[in-house]
Design a protein around this ligand. Structure first.
Ligand code: SF4
Length: 239
């Protein structure tokens, strides 16, 4: 595994700058630039972002959402996680419904979106071909997520979108222990060191939402659960 040097970023904002300049994965570097040059007809007039996509949100957030990767014509086009694609439509509608975002749409940078008590990251920050990163590429990006999990100090709930997000988040949270990873399933909830809760959800990808594998009630149920756990933790801390 290529370990990114921690001393190159000591804060979350330094990490964002580092991500923006990162070129550790040659295949992804080439792919996202190719996508940006060979635009799909509906986005011919867009200036694609075409770079690694940094995380976004409040550094004091209690909800952390971990996705898979930027989508080729979504975040890789707009430069913001889950922005400009169908997955993002689902995610931000849900976040807004449960008071983690000020609006239900996320179409482009500077569209007024603000996350509330929420931070969004992904296990890799560059769009991969067919949404399938290699093991090496996930490992290359691992240290960024590791740093976020260790430095987002207020996070109580981690919502992992999809099996890969769940497994890689688990790997970081449970490192140096022999706890066996539970089998991924939608709605699975695991307490981590009695301090945080990891919730697993199917990814709101078109593949899952178009086929009905993930429905709105299913997705809303995990967001409602995140909301409840966060509200309950607040009540407990106020006692
Ligand atoms: S996927 Fe992560 S490690 Fe690889 S080039 Fe992009 S930001 Fe760097």
């Amino acid at each position: 595994m290529l370990e990114i040097e921690y001393n190159r970023f000591q804060t979350l904002s330094e990490l964002k700058s580092k991500v923006l300049k990162c070129r550790l994965c040659p295949r992804l570097n080439q792919w996202r630039q190719n996508v940006s040059r060979n635009k799909v007809p509906r986005f011919q007039n867009w200036e694609y972002w075409g770079k690694p996509v940094p995380s976004l949100g409040e550094t004091e957030a209690r909800l952390l959402v971990v996705g898979l990767a930027p989508a080729a014509h979504g975040a890789n086009r707009t430069g913001r996680m889950f922005t400009g694609d169908r997955s993002g439509d689902w995610l931000y509608q849900g976040l807004h419904q449960f008071r983690f975002a000020n609006q239900p749409q996320s179409s482009k940078m500077n569209d007024g979106l603000k996350l509330i008590d929420c931070y969004i990251t992904a296990i890799i920050h560059c769009a991969p071909p067919s949404n399938k990163p290699t093991r090496q590429e996930i490992d290359n990006c691992h240290s960024y997520l590791d740093f976020e999990l260790n430095n987002l100090k207020n996070v109580k709930i981690i919502l992992a979108l999809g099996q890969l997000a769940f497994e890689n988040t688990w790997k970081i949270l449970i490192k140096n222990t022999k706890v066996k990873r539970p089998k991924f399933q939608h709605g699975l909830e695991v307490s981590i060191h009695n301090d945080r809760t990891l919730i697993a959800s199917f990814h709101p990808s078109q593949q899952n939402t178009f086929t009905g594998k993930l429905t709105k009630p299913m997705f809303n149920s995990v967001l409602a659960r995140a909301r409840k756990l966060i509200d309950d933790s607040r009540r407990t801390s106020l006692k």
